[in-house]
Design a protein around this ligand. Structure first.
Ligand code: NAG
Length: 349
């Protein structure tokens, strides 16, 4: 009899522990660019927007400012963590601290690690995303009290997805950075900013973090279009720059994990998975990976991805890319699922 009671006590304790573990990530907090922006650019003066048809064509409720036909990877990750199916944009007046307590997105399409990148299209610089995060911390403490708010901020998962624009919108197209830095120097410059950003987040209480790697950016349809007359192949130089930068990020992550006590920083690298989809679209159920669904699929993006465009595809699930720069929802779902099972799995249990 006494034996049985002890068993039940142990079992109850175990269940409680499991319940606690399940609640371990109470919120997902996002920094970055258009790969994860859920609508912040709607609220600022920039030409880089997507809160109109056909963007959001497959999103319940229509366009949101996400640069896809549906959800972005961070939405799927948030859902996989059992929190909620979408992460609201911090600047969206339709949401408040009640919503943000379980997840918030500070990302801005078109931004980069480099301040000069966010200047190109007048979007939110990364340092400003961090300012917004500080403001959010204050609001959360006001809403839940210091103790509960600090617990959430410390247990939350922080996802950072940024960097492509530093190369494709800045270094490779504008003369300033290219005259100041060799490509390797520029990568080191960006990695230095990434390191400082992570340290600042850590000093503000963040402990579980993921830094995203760069995609095979030479294979984005817009970049391939510049090689239209040589067979629209992927631009190897850009892919190599992405791979080299990803290696630097990995090194940075390893050293920060050693340096900062209690930090759990992981590298979420979309490169290989996306490259496989691009090389072998049929094995993932896609029909086309070289051009995008929207418009001709060669160059349309933002306002050029217009609902009047007669060439837009009817089924985005057949395409790896939605517009000339951004994946379809289906691609985002595959990438998110891959990350949840690999780099992010440690935070699930
Ligand atoms: C970017 O700009 C902010 C605000 O002016 C500044 O504090 C920060 O040092 C700049 N970052 C770099 C790497 O220059």
């Amino acid at each position: 009899m006494a034996f049985k009671v002890i068993h039940w006590v142990i079992l109850a304790r175990l269940l409680l522990q499991i319940a606690n573990i399940y609640a371990r990530v109470p919120a997902i907090i996002v920094f970055g660019d258009s790969t994860v922006d859920s609508g912040n650019n709607n609220q600022i003066s920039t030409i880089l927007k997507s809160n109109f048809d056909p963007y959001g064509r497959d999103f319940i409720g229509g366009p949101t400012g996400r640069f896809s036909n549906g959800r972005v990877p961070t939405d799927f990750i948030c859902e996989a963590f059992g929190i909620k199916p979408t992460i609201p944009a911090y600047l969206d007046p339709a949401y408040d601290i009640k919503d943000f307590a379980t997840g918030v997105c500070f990302a801005s399409a078109g931004t980069g690690y480099d301040n000069a990148t966010s200047d190109v299209l007048s979007v939110i610089p990364l340092w400003k995303e961090l300012e917004y995060y500080r403001e959010y911390q204050k609001d959360l403490r006001g809403y839940l009290g210091d103790e509960k708010a600090n617990e959430i901020l410390g247990e939350a998962l922080y996802l950072i997805s940024i960097g492509t624009n530093d190369f494709l919108e800045n270094y490779y197209v504008l003369p300033k950075r290219a005259s100041e830095f060799s490509i390797e120097e520029y990568q080191n410059f960006l990695a230095g900013i990434a390191g400082n950003f992570i340290k600042e987040l850590y000093n503000l209480g963040a402990r579980k973090m993921s830094v995203g790697g760069l995609p095979p950016m030479g294979c984005l349809p817009l970049e391939r279009t510049t090689k239209l007359f040589s067979g629209s192949k992927c631009i190897e130089e850009y892919n190599d720059a992405a791979k080299d930068f990803n290696e630097k990020l990995e090194g940075l992550i390893a050293s920060l994990n050693k340096e900062l006590t209690g930090l759990r920083l992981t590298f979420s690298n979309p490169y290989d998975m996306l490259f496989q989809m691009i090389q072998n679209p049929k094995s993932f159920g896609f029909e086309d990976a070289a051009t995008a669904c929207c418009g001709t699929g060669l160059f349309e993006l933002g306002y050029l991805c217009d609902k009047m465009n007669p060439f837009t595809c009817s089924d985005a699930n057949k395409y790896v890319f939605w517009d000339s720069f951004h994946p379809t929802e289906k691609t985002n779902a595959i990438l998110a699922d891959h990350l949840v099972k690999t780099s992010l799995a440690q935070f699930l249990w």
